[in-house]
Design a protein around this ligand. Structure first.
Ligand SMILES: NC(=O)c1ccc[n+]([C@@H]2O[C@H](COP(=O)([O-])OP(=O)(O)OC[C@H]3O[C@@H](n4cnc5c(N)ncnc54)[C@H](O)[C@@H]3O)[C@@H](O)[C@H]2O)c1
Length: 365
């Protein structure tokens, strides 16, 4: 095996000084100063529009070279994506980063897919759930077991993960989650506010103030409290990403989803506020707006609409998906891919946006 023949790609984080260095390097062939200082003989070259580099490594095996590249990137505070073979990413875009994902226990849920996707990119992932509105203790225990299974699955793929009990409406659990994250992984880079509820989604005149309040607590207050607790930790490391999971209900309305629609619109307001207020700290905040995604929540909404309209589930699906350009529901991983983009270096200059992941569904009124 020849040394120095492995091509890796290095891309910048939100740390501006490194961005500048890397961008400068992109126009020429000299190594970015940070890299040169850390490891003599490490040369940066331009490759497919990204920064490429040849690892002038003393190691003779692939695994050691991958590790050296990752360590090097970490020392320079840059994110590394190292590909030794086509299609095989040994070190991901989020290597060295830590992410929190709320509402991650549902087996078919978007949160679980996000946690797996971020872990696949190399992030250490803290997964939280436990809905205190679930009535039985068994149901709560089941949520915890699902979280533990998710952690085991990530660890089995050589990832790092931690499960925490996190009801996003409880300040003490929010604070404990941030504390445990930093204690376990040393930093917090990415917060994904995914937990959500359809409480108060009904014919408007049948909904109650209590339902609206409970929708507010999960869909807006939770993300607000988590963001407030996360931002000081992100500031300590020079930046971070907050990604709120909105909905097409953030962009428009369809009948029968009053509280949900109001709160998801409000969530966009929260995202934009954070984007405006903390951009100068290198903290980017965006909203991902899923359309119809095949999860327990979506299936429950379909079942309710079928019952209310006295039609079969298949008919309701046909009616709803007829409005989708791609004529089908999406998968949780489709949303997770959008989150991975907004968590990673490819979105370094993107903040305050709503990113629809809808298969082309009109947002409604
Ligand atoms: N599935 C869709 O079609 C769809 C469409 C648009 C937006 N969304 C949004 O995507 C996100 C995930 O939805 P999903 O479809 O995976 O739903 P889901 O019901 O499968 O999962 C939601 C998760 O949030 C958790 N949760 C609820 N209240 C909580 C609380 N107080 N604290 C902590 N966790 C809590 C639940 O336990 C559950 O694990 C939600 O914000 C939802 O509004 C989903």
């Amino acid at each position: 095996m020849r040394l120095g023949t492995y091509l890796g790609c290095l891309t910048a984080t939100s740390l501006r000084n490194h961005q500048t260095q890397l961008r400068t390097a992109q126009t020429g062939y000299s190594p970015p100063p940070g890299l040169a200082a850390v490891q003599p003989g490490f040369a940066a070259i331009r490759c497919n529009g990204e920064i490429g580099c040849w690892a002038n490594s003393r190691s003779a095996d692939k695994a050691s070279i991958v590790k050296e590249l990752a360590d090097l990137a970490r020392k320079c505070s840059i994110m590394a994506s190292v590909s030794l073979e086509p299609g095989v990413s040994k070190v991901g875009l989020l290597t060295g980063k830590t992410a929190i994902v709320t509402g991650a226990s549902a087996p078919q849920g978007i949160g679980r897919a996000i946690a797996l996707r971020l872990a696949q990119e190399g992030a250490s992932v803290v997964v939280g759930d436990i809905d205190s509105t679930l009535e039985s203790n068994e149901a709560r225990r089941a949520r915890r077991e699902l979280l533990d299974e998710l952690v085991s699955e990530i660890q089995a793929r050589n990832g790092r993960a931690l499960a925490v009990k996190l009801d996003v409406t409880l300040q003490e659990e929010v604070d404990a989650c941030i504390e445990k994250t930093v204690l376990e992984f040393g930093r917090l880079d990415v917060l994904v506010n995914n937990a959500g509820t359809l409480a108060g989604s009904d014919n408007f005149l049948s909904t109650t103030p209590d339902q609206w309040e409970s929708s507010f607590r999960v869909n807006i207050l939770g993300p607000m409290m988590l963001s407030k607790a996360a931002i000081p930790e992100m500031r300590k490391i020079g930046g971070g990403r907050i990604i709120n999971i909105g909905s097409t209900g953030s962009l428009g309305a369809e009948p029968g989803f009053g509280a949900y629609t109001a709160m998801k619109h409000g969530l966009v307001g929260l995202s934009k506020t954070l984007a405006a207020e903390f951009g100068a700290d290198g903290i980017l905040c965006n909203t991902v707006c899923p359309g119809y995604i095949s999860t327990d929540m979506h299936n429950a909404a379909n079942a309710r609409l079928a019952e209310e309209n006295h039609v079969s589930l298949e008919e309701i699906k046909a009616q709803r998906y007829a409005n989708v350009a791609l004529r089908d529901a999406g998968l949780p991983v489709d949303v997770a891919n959008a989150v991975a983009y907004l968590a990673g270096p490819q979105s370094n200059y993107v903040t305050g946006i709503n990113l629809p992941v809808t298969g082309g569904v009109p947002a409604g009124i």
